[in-house]
Ligand binder design. Sequence first.
Ligand code: BDR
Ligand code: CA
Length: 318
Amino acid sequence: MGDFNMPARKIIIDTDPGQDDAVAILLALGSPKDIEILGITAVAGNVPLALTQKNARMVCELAGRPDIKVYAGSKHPLAHRLVTAEHVHGKTGLDGPTLPDPTMPLQDQHAVDFIIETLRNHPAGTVTLCPLGPLTNIASAFNQAPDIIEKVQEIVLMGGAYFEVGNITPAAEFNIYVDPEAAEIVFKAGAPITVMPLDVTHKALVTKSRNDAFRDLGTPVGIAVAEMTDFFERFDKEKYGTAGAPLHDPTVIAYLLNPKLFTGRFINVEIETKSTLTRGMTVADWWRVTDREPNAMFMGDIDADGFFELLTNRLANL
Ligand code: BDR
Ligand code: CA
């Protein structure tokens, strides 16, 4: 972490903010020695694209970083109608704090074109993709320009589940469920993939003391993060009956900062696209009961205290 010999890791954050997406973006922005954000690409997911691209810009401005380039991407999943999650995130997707409308511009270029151009302009294996929503933009870029796949250093994504199974249907996690065809393309692409499934994020719970630690930073960022996590707590605590709501997407950025916070298995993960009952399921061969080739580092556990300490410390930089 913050090793001055190591150049900052170049990443593209692909996202559908979403309060937990917002916290992930803030964690990356609070870690400039470790992470260089090449751009933020918005995708339809938690709420429609018009809101996710706007929310991404609001978050950059909250962090005092209007220079970050934000691109709008896919409005719809590859093959099905969009499913959104206002019941979790509120009608803006970022309900909780009162944030001003953004004044920084949205880039003209389409997010998928930005991803393709950026990867083409970098040497092989040097850009990390951080998808925090449905995988539509990433799959579209891989479909249109398969030559860029070798440019990917790693895809670190939030999505799927094995032991926790599903949160939007009994069998599927939201990000994969919204666009399983896209997920299938990404999981079959051949790039190194690290997955933060619900099995990890359901252990990253924003308890009262963790929420207080955000608020006690006393900064606009700390207070906004406390208000965001307060908002979705109302829904999730009732749903899960736990002491706090899971904070999903920041685990992706935390992994880049300190991979030792996580443990998992390198296994085969396939995406169910056909069954009406289990569409969007991540069929993870956790017990290695098939001969299918491993294609993903599928995380199963997190040092939750270490994760929240890292998050709070980095938010304090903003
Ligand atoms: C995922 O779905 C969204 O609601 C969250 O932002 C997260 O990316 C969790 O299933
Ligand atoms: Ca998300």
